[in-house]
Ligand binder design. Structure first.
Ligand code: FE2
Ligand code: FE2
Length: 174
């Protein structure tokens, strides 16, 4: 069976999710994902987070960078505008990433599809709560939500996305 790369369909077309630059990111040497030069990362990327599908793993690493960027913005007491920009990047990229995963399992008889899509919907709901906090300039609420976002992201990657990755590998998508 032809091995397909994640994001590539049977016709060889790709649906790349563009990776926007991260403000203040250190050199991309693969060892310091999400570490702001002046701060400590909230999440350090580890090999155990890899699900085995290249496009998904690349996007997860970028999601980790974006969560760390919000953490760094809070640590550095950035302006509300910078915080809002960091949050906006995360919300947009998360939505694109979820769509990418859903496109990969749609129509491929993945038994976990319904649960997986529901989980994605839950996080988009949580991100909506962040957005409301932004609108009210409620930094304390944003601070309290960040650990939930952190836990949700890592639990989802190590749980649902890992199962999805194994399934996609089993049908020749890596
Ligand atoms: Fe997912
Ligand atoms: Fe994911």
């Amino acid at each position: 069976m032809k091995r397909l790369r994640g994001g590539e369909d049977a016709f060889g077309e790709t649906e790349a999710v563009p990776t926007p630059p991260v403000i203040g990111e250190a050199a991309a040497d693969g060892r310091h994902h999400g570490v702001h030069p002046s701060g400590k990362a909230l999440i350090s990327w580890r090999d155990e987070f890899q699900v085995g599908v290249r496009s998904i793993d690349d996007q997860h690493q970028h999601l980790v960078r974006l969560v760390n960027q919000i953490h760094n913005a809070l640590q550095a007491e950035c302006s509300p505008q910078d915080l809002e920009a960091a949050f906006g990047s995360l919300a947009r990229y998360t939505s694109s990433h979820f769509q990418h995963e859903e496109d990969l399992y749609k129509g491929r008889h993945y038994s976990g599809a319904e649960d997986h899509s529901r989980e994605h919907g839950d996080l988009l709901h949580l991100l909506g709560a962040y957005q409301q906090s932004m609108g009210h300039n409620d930094e304390s609420r944003i601070r309290s939500l960040l650990p939930r976002l952190h836990d949700w992201l890592l639990d989802h990657i190590k749980g649902h996305d890992m199962v999805l990755g194994a399934y996609l590998n089993s049908i020749g998508i890596s």
